[in-house]
Design a protein around this ligand. Structure first.
Ligand SMILES: Cc1cc2nc3c(=O)[nH]c(=O)nc-3n(C[C@H](O)[C@H](O)[C@H](O)COP(=O)(O)OP(=O)(O)OC[C@H]3O[C@@H](n4cnc5c(N)ncnc54)[C@H](O)[C@@H]3O)c2cc1C
Length: 277
């Protein structure tokens, strides 16, 4: 069916919602489209679910640090499956609430993958949405690692869904997602390694603060923030000798081999950059 709108917004995340609601308030006929459940990354697969886990890790940490200062809770530990279940209870209503909130304001909602059929025409399955203005708020997805074995690593989205936390976890990429997840996993009892290819992790953050964070991260037992580089042949040149890849042979090993060995009992999570969809 062909329908005309003033504005079509692709996506239903934070950016799309702000754009759609403002245009609607200004009296425009608006439609939103999403190929996944409504709500976007932040609410469903990013900030919000992560903050539930961070909250538990923080409480655990407070408890541990108060141990010698009058608080006795020696047995405190994170029950990962229960925590993941708790996290789900926070996000399960998001898609319905998001859709209802659009509908309440008169924004038309479409489910499916949006595709430009012309400069002012968007196809969503059988529907064709005509609009003089199209807002692309399609978000980002993890970069393709382009190395053999990359398919064996889980993304941040899947990490947030792990039913059981493995005993060892390797995070590829030293950005904020890896660091936050590494702190959560370490406090939940996993042995954690972060592999970063640059000279310093968290490159876009204040270096003084990052230095302090790196010290705290190591104090926490994160195996070593390894400065390693992925070469075209999928090799890791490891500049520091505390990573599992070195332990696996003392020489740089291929990612594929490293992945296979690690994967048997452990998890590798991709915390590398994200690219626009
Ligand atoms: C693990 C993690 C933790 C994060 N933590 C934080 C944090 O603590 N603080 C913070 O500020 N930011 C955080 N972020 C970043 C934040 O989530 C994003 O910046 C934000 O969600 C981007 O919103 P958006 O609206 O641009 O895109 P998104 O929320 O990604 O929405 C885009 C939507 O477009 C849809 N879409 C894409 N292509 C199409 C298509 N062709 N047709 C139809 N639909 C399509 C997608 O399904 C998606 O629902 C985190 C991200 C991750 C992954």
């Amino acid at each position: 069916m062909k329908t005309k709108y003033d504005i079509v917004v692709i996506g239903t995340g934070t950016a799309a919602t702000a754009a759609a609601m403002r245009c609607c308030k200004a009296g425009k006929q608006v439609a939103v489209v999403d190929s996944r459940p409504f709500g976007g990354t932040c609410a469903l697969r990013g900030c919000d679910p992560k903050k539930v886990l961070v909250g538990a890790a923080e409480l655990f940490d407070w408890n541990r640090r108060m141990g010698d200062h009058g608080l006795c809770a020696d047995q405190a530990q994170i029950d990962w499956p229960q925590l993941i279940e708790f996290k789900r209870s926070f996000i399960e209503r998001v898609p319905k609430n998001s859709e209802e909130s659009f509908a309440k304001r008169g924004v038309a909602t479409f489910h499916g993958r949006a595709r430009f059929a012309g400069p002012t025409s968007i196809e969503v399955g059988e529907d064709v949405l005509e609009a003089a203005n199209v807002v692309v708020a399609a978000g980002a997805k993890p970069v393709d690692l382009k190395i053999p074995g990359a398919e064996l690593a889980v993304t941040s989205e899947l990490f947030l869904e792990l039913e059981h936390l493995p005993g060892r976890v390797l995070f590829i990429g030293g950005g904020y997602i890896s660091f936050e997840f590494a702190h959560i996993a370490a406090r939940a009892g996993a042995r954690v390694t972060i592999l970063h290819r640059g000279q310093r992790p968290l490159e876009r953050f204040d270096p003084d603060l990052v230095d302090r964070l790196v010290i705290r991260t190591r104090d926490l037992g994160v195996d070593g923030i390894v400065t390693g580089a992925l070469t075209a042949k999928g090799r890791i040149a490891v500049a520091e000798t505390r990573a599992f890849v070195v332990a696996a042979g003392g020489l740089p090993v291929t990612f594929h081999r490293a992945f296979e060995g690690f994967r048997r009992r452990r998890t590798i999570a991709r915390g590398t950059s994200r690219l626009p969809c």
